[in-house]
Design a protein around this ligand. Sequence first.
Ligand code: ZN
Length: 493
Amino acid sequence: MRIAVAEVAQETDSFTPLIADLSDFEALGLYFGAEIIERMQGVGPIGGLFQVAGEQSESIEWLPLIRAWGGAGGTITAETLDFFTKRLISALKESLPVDAIYLSLHGAAAAANEDDVEGHVLSAIREIVGYDIPIAVCFDHHANVTQRMVDGADLLIGHETQPHDPIATGRKTARVMFDMLSGKVQPTVAWRKIPMITPQDHFLTSQGPMKEWFDLAREMERRPGVVDVSPYPMQPWLDVAEGGWAVVVHTNNDQALAESLADEMAEKAWNLREQFWVSARVDVQEAVRQAVAADKGLIILSDTGDSVYGGAPGDSTIILRELLRQNVPCIALVPIVDEVAVEAAITADLGAHITVDLGGKADNIFSQPVRVTGRVSAFSLGVTVELPERGACEIGRAALLEVGQIRIMLLSQRTFAINHPVLYTHLGLDIADAKMVVVKTASNFQFFSRWRSGLIRVDAAGMTQSDLTAFTWKRIPRPMYPLDKIEDWQTKE
Ligand SMILES: [Zn+2]
């Protein structure tokens, strides 16, 4: 059996000034041909595919096309999208004939010239292979599902959890694909768009309304004839023409069942809409005060406005400024992306005291640079670490600046490691010594769970802020809850 495999994935934040070009993908892993097979064992959805393939009786010939992973960031340039599409299509043409195509896509990628990157890629593939070759797609559940995606893919399967388990989603997608190829299932799809967006505050699937919605999907999957139920609470900073939440249901050749479950899932989300907007955020002054007053560490201070995993620049100074103002008496770890400051620290050398205007450069709308004087206590000149299930992770050039008890980790780039303990441990810090850590994410706290004693969601403004009503939306369809009043939305037509 010949299976083509590719990954083109990035989560776009429409509200940042950042632009994503090829260099962003190169930093996070841009691979071609056999390198994809080598590097993706045990990594991400494709790693999950390889595991399930190993359990099949039939031998599989892999046709690796392209692997482009871009994390979360700004809008993708038109040239970059064009490069990916051309490379993918030319590799696919060379690989023909194929029995199936397995794609790992994000679902919320937008380019300067294309709101719907995944729909674009799927349409381009269909032009080459037609509609008889099965295409299985593994999506991030923060995808923005569009008509072209549903038309182009036979399977659209999203993550079951936040934080995500990409290998598990890859395995699930692969299992259904192999069942489809063996004739065991005939997937029938139904889907609904839900006219709502909600902030990240309730994105964890382990609690609250998101748990309720995702639990219903899991319960439905245990019913006879149901293949997959994937809820898609779209990532909330994507301003595109078909934006909004969605649900996709696959049954085994039962259209009526698929339609009724899609209705039920859509209604469930709609009925919970107000609960998704109940805020648990604490203003920055109070948040720092609570972290200092906590009887033990580690308190996680979530910088909700500057989530690098949501596409923000990672250079907001809002929390740092407050830590300095309160002159916190306990060790506080704070990352900040500022290439100029990193170079100033490295040039000054170990032990030197430097004065720099930190951060507030990429995000100069919500935060401004803050002047600090501190001691350069460590630096690294570009380290790449291997993270379990994530693969190679470039930290880039980094320097540690000590200002009183505050340990500022200066970074030259937006690295995945920004929310990972390795950022600090690679320069000799012990997380157990810290009372608090600022993370540039509103959901992915799992890497610090060993030390965590508390979590405070800081109500910080920024390009991933939770108050979505404060952005100027230009492209999203209207009416959209809660931007507009919608009196009587009904999923059934
Ligand atoms: Zn996601």
